[in-house]
Design a protein around this ligand. Structure first.
Ligand SMILES: [Zn+2]
Length: 223
């Protein structure tokens, strides 16, 4: 658990932890074609540059954004200009306004909702829309790995602004994430991994408390 680098079938996965909030940035590539994607774009270009230079055998052609909070997206312009090539940006449509602010050319933007999946060589990457932490939050499922952004962490869900968002978030987590195979590893946007099995156990404890979720929001833990 919590390996920085691992492989599964054709894919190579490597993580770096960068500023501003111990953000996890991932590079995932096909060993066969060398085509690769980046997951999230924190505004820490110095550390990300080092990470990309250390991994310069990979041909990155897309960046997948889990959601539009500054610590996951504000590095986009710098990363694209460092890579110095055409990069497709993938984002949830309801989080995409931020790309206008960042002056990303609309020609290079794709919405998860319009595609449902992506293929990295032969491996299917699935998009799971999980609004709540932000309206366009999306989890990315690749083989046995769920990249959960700020939607699901060990011990609890991501932060919510109000109880309406909290209800939506909990509903998405329960119906779209916790029904995945128990052995799937959950890689959040910050901090350590967990598994669907662990999250399911924690969630059942939360459920058994029978809390009135109409009043819950902010930083909630399962236990
Ligand atoms: Zn966030």
């Amino acid at each position: 658990m919590n390996k920085q680098t691992f492989e599964q079938n054709d894919l190579f996965y490597t993580k770096n932890i960068v500023d501003p909030l111990f953000n996890n940035i991932w590079l995932i590539g096909s060993k066969k074609t060398k085509n690769a994607i980046l997951l999230d774009a924190p505004p820490d270009i110095n550390n990300i540059k080092k990470f990309l230079i250390n991994n310069n055998q990979w041909n990155i052609n897309s960046i997948f954004i889990t959601h539009n909070h500054y610590d996951h997206i504000d590095g986009l312009k710098d990363i694209i200009s460092f890579l110095n090539k055409e990069i497709i940006i993938w984002i949830g449509i309801n989080d995409s306004n931020k790309l206008k602010e960042l002056k990303i050319n609309p020609k290079y933007i794709k919405y998860y909702e319009n595609s449902k999946q992506y293929k990295l060589n032969q491996t299917i990457i699935q998009f799971i829309s999980t609004p709540g932490h932000t309206p366009g939050s999306t989890c990315i499922l690749i083989e046995d790995n769920l990249f959960s952004g700020d939607t699901l962490f060990p011990g609890g869900p991501g932060r919510t602004q109000d109880s309406k968002s909290f209800k939506i978030l909990i509903d998405n987590i329960e119906k779209k994430l916790l029904n995945l195979s128990e052995h799937i590893i959950v890689h959040p946007g910050h901090g350590d991994d967990t598994t669907i099995k662990n999250s399911l156990n924690e969630f059942q404890i939360f459920k058994s408390k029978n809390l009135n979720i109409d009043n819950l929001s902010g930083n909630i833990t399962w236990q």
